[in-house]
Design a protein around this ligand. Sequence first.
Ligand code: FES
Length: 135
Amino acid sequence: MHLNGKPERSCTLRVAQVGNRAVTTIEGLSPDGSHPLQKAWIKHDVPQCGYCQAGQIMAAAALLAENNKPTDADIDAAMSGNICRCATYLRIRKAIHDAAANLRGEKTVDAGAVSATAGLACAEICTAHEKEVCA
Ligand code: FES
């Protein structure tokens, strides 16, 4: 979720800590699911079980609100700590790049281009920190 537009982990935040800040959840990202990230998530078939995905999208939305041309390193830094037990990290990164391109008015990535990541073992696609979690 976002508090005043900044990402926060709702799982570790007590309600009393929210104060008067504006709360935006995944449901408030767009009224009809038309946010470029939501569209990119569908296009790239990002979710697996879906458990982590609201947090992933909200973290990505906060990143793109400040940086509409993130590098892989920018994405990894912004998404760090958002653990996905299903290891959807490469699809998340592709979807963020795609949504960023959409926000810049550029041609977006062909969804077929991401199929090459399917079937990779967790250790092949995770960052070092995430490998510890997946092991
Ligand atoms: S999609 Fe299953 S935990 Fe991320």
